[in-house]
Design a protein around this ligand. Structure first.
Ligand SMILES: [Zn+2]
Length: 167
C-alpha cells in the first residue's frame, strides 16, 4: 500500500469481522460518534474500500473511531481498521485522497478486540467530515465524552460494560 509492504492473513481477518457485530461508533452515543456513524457509508474513497476489502476488512465495522474536534470547515476524525498481519516495510508516506482523507498502515493503536488473531496491525485514517447531525455541535459534551471514552479504554473489560450508556 503506497510504499508500505504488509503481510496479511485474509481468512483470519474475514473470520474476525464476521464475529464483530458493529462498528465502534455504533457502540457509543456521543455526538461525535453519531455524526460519524451517520456518514460512514459515504465517506470512504473507492481506493480505500478496495484495499480494506483485499485485507479482509469489513469497512462498516471500524475498530475505533475518534472525533478530534472541529477543523477548517468540518470535523477531524481518525480511526483504525484492524487486521491480522505484519508490517514488513514501514514506508514513509501515507495515501492522500484529496485534502480531506488520508490513510496508512500503522502499528500503534488502541488494543484490538480478542476476536482478532495476533499479530494485528491496522489501516489508520484521518478524515475531515461535515457535521450532519440534526443537532448543533456541543464542544463541551464532546470533550466530556472523549475523556470518558479514554478512561474506559484504559480499564477495558468489566468497567467498559459498567460505564456503557444504556440506550
Ligand atoms: Zn463516542
Amino acid at each position: 500500500m503506497g510504499d508500505q509492504l504488509v503481510r496479511f492473513d485474509l481468512d483470519s481477518t474475514v473470520t474476525a469481522y464476521l464475529g464483530t457485530s458493529q462498528g465502534d461508533a455504533d457502540r457509543c452515543s456521543c455526538q461525535g460518534c453519531r455524526n460519524f456513524a451517520l456518514q460512514r457509508n459515504a465517506i470512504y474513497p473507492d481506493g480505500f474500500r478496495e484495499i480494506l476489502g483485499r485485507l479482509g476488512v469489513d469497512w462498516h465495522k471500524e475498530g475505533e473511531a475518534v472525533h478530534y474536534g472541529p477543523k477548517a470547515s468540518g470535523h477531524l476524525y481518525g480511526g483504525w481498521f484492524y487486521f491480522t498481519g505484519e508490517l514488513i516495510e514501514k514506508g514513509e508516506s501515507c495515501i492522500r485522497s484529496g485534502e480531506e482523507f488520508q490513510y496508512w498502515i500503522g502499528t500503534s493503536f488502541p488494543r484490538p478486540p480478542d476476536v482478532f488473531r495476533r499479530p494485528v496491525v491496522a489501516v489508520e485514517f484521518l478524515a475531515v467530515l461535515p457535521w450532519s447531525l440534526g443537532e448543533a455541535y456541543d464542544p463541551k459534551a464532546g470533550r466530556q465524552m472523549s475523556k470518558a471514552k479514554e478512561i474506559i479504554r484504559r480499564y477495558s473489560g468489566a468497567l467498559e460494560k459498567l460505564a456503557k450508556p444504556s440506550s
